[in-house]
Ligand binder design. Structure first.
Ligand SMILES: Cc1ncc(COP(=O)(O)O)c(C=O)c1O
Length: 467
């Protein structure tokens, strides 16, 4: 770790925020500060909201929903951790904050000194703009030019500037190239989510431990499978933590069928914003990914419409309990539905029973997809909310959720598959100057465990610089 005293004295003080431990256990923050941070939710631009970067509700419980079996059609419990209540509206603010604060700890950046860059398909960019605003940095978000308009609005609202690259979700590699170009200017400081390990640390420790807690009191209280669709593959790191407690847990990476990069080195355009980024990311620990599951992108958009607008249909036609149907509405973005479909497919594939739990994630909520729903309405002609809509919603609910099958699930545990994925990773990252030694080291679990073990020292440093 670089010295945090670099240039100390003349530099602006940092705006304080939590340690990793405090993001996992927000009640470990000193009581008065905790009360002030809770109250700060009323004004999202109050910097005390940095202390609200965690998975918990006010009662200290991990925010989750256990999906009704009337919707999933499987016996296992599909436990979804809810990301939309993080400040800025998605859990991606966690990796953004962690990467920035580690830069501060390392003495590489102080408020006002540099422009923070956020390469992203949206949510990481929103998180970066948000954290930069609260911590007093200028920010430029580098992202494709065809993502949902709500994303750009949110970034601008937080004072972030946009540097748009052509294309949609799976052209995100262009954002990476642009970031590497801008990085040559020493005034820029990239929070390179695809390659920097604070993303891994945040999700392995904070998301992974929170997942272990989320299943307490559900089924047998253990985790049989964890499903997550990678963008940066940060969230997948939670699987490493879950496996350290339940080694038999199956970890599944979910991908759009239209962009089956991990599945078969394919690339293509798709509609699931935030995932399917056309590459194996540097921070993806391929050793702990057991399966790759393909999901159709339009199923995710239709599924999002069903849970958002189909409360009555789910109740009347599928027999979903009213409270569950109401609770689900608003909780899911497109990738959240993708994750749920991946979880259902894994539960079927593994033939899991009523005591078994499959954990997955809803990264963000509906607030950034109204324009996508509007587009779906236009595409399918479901413009009014009457009988035709209800029939269509019922058909979609049955087709998308109850119809999620066990096709297109690839077991990537065999060495042949691991080697293919390692090769794919090398092809991307050697282009960006990463040497053989690092890429070789990443083929051993020790590398990842050593990165993870840095957390206590990092926490001491975070505590030291904020005092
Ligand atoms: C909506 C959405 N879902 C899923 C993901 C993927 O998460 P991760 O980058 O941790 O793999 C992202 C990442 O930006 C996202 O924005």
């Amino acid at each position: 770790m670089a010295s945090r005293s670099k240039g100390a004295g003349k530099r602006k003080p940092i705006v304080p925020g939590p340690t990793y431990e405090e993001m996992l256990h927000p009640r470990k923050v000193q009581a008065q500060l905790r009360r002030r941070a809770d109250a700060a939710r009323a004004d999202e631009l109050d910097p005390l909201n940095l202390y609200n970067i965690h998975w918990r509700n006010r009662r200290g419980q991990v925010r989750k929903i256990v999906l009704p079996s009337e919707l999933t059609g499987v016996k296992a419990n599909v436990v979804v951790m809810i990301g939309r209540d993080f400040p800025s509206g998605s859990h991606k603010v966690g990796p953004a904050y962690s990467t920035l604060v580690e830069g501060e700890v390392n003495g590489e950046i102080r408020p006002g000194e540099k422009t923070v860059l956020g390469p992203s398909t949206g949510n990481f960019g929103i998180g970066t703009a948000y954290v930069s605003k609260l911590k007093g940095y200028r920010c430029v978000v580098i992202m494709p030019d065809s993502m949902s308009k709500e994303r750009y609005e949110r970034i601008r609202k937080y004072g972030g500037k946009l540097d748009l690259t052509p294309g949609t979700e799976s052209d995100v590699i262009l954002t990476l190239e642009r970031t590497h170009e801008l990085k040559k200017n020493p005034k820029n400081y990239p929070l390179a989510q695809f390659e920097l390990l604070p993303n891994y640390r945040f999700h392995r420790y904070v998301t992974g431990q929170s997942a272990l807690e989320a299943v307490k009191g559900v089924g047998n209280g253990k985790v049989a499978a964890f499903a997550s669709a990678p963008g940066s593959a940060g969230t997948l790191a939670a699987g490493d933590e879950i496996k350290s407690v339940y080694p038999g847990c199956a970890v599944a990476a979910v991908e759009p069928r239209q962009c089956a990069t991990l599945y078969e080195n394919a690339r293509g355009q798709h509609r699931i914003e935030g995932i399917g980024d056309k590459m194996v990311t540097l921070i993806h620990n391929l050793l702990t990914t057991d399966y790759v599951v393909l999901v159709h992108d339009d199923d995710c958009v239709m599924g999002m419409k069903v849970v958002t607008d189909g409360v009555a249909v789910l109740k009347k036609k599928l027999g979903v309990p009213a409270s569950a149907a109401r609770a689900m509405s608003g909780l899911f973005g497109i990738s959240g539905i993708c994750n749920v479909l991946g979880a259902i497919k894994m539960a079927r594939h593994l033939d899991l029973g009523p005591k078994d739990n499959v954990v997955t994630i809803a990264t963000d909520g509906i607030d950034r997809y109204h324009s996508v729903i509007e587009d779906l309405n236009q595409r399918t002609g479901t413009i009014d909310e009457h009988a035709v809509d209800d029939r269509l919603l019922e058909r979609w609910a049955r087709q998308v959720f109850l119809g999620a099958d066990t096709e297109e699930i690839l077991d990537v545990r065999p060495t042949r598959q691991k080697n293919r994925l390692f090769r794919q990773k090398e092809e991307v990252w050697s282009q960006f100057g990463y040497g053989k030694d690092l890429l070789q080291a990443m083929k051993k679990q020790d590398f990842w465990d050593a990165e993870y073990r840095q957390i206590p020292e990092m926490d001491r440093e975070i505590a030291a610089i904020r005092n």
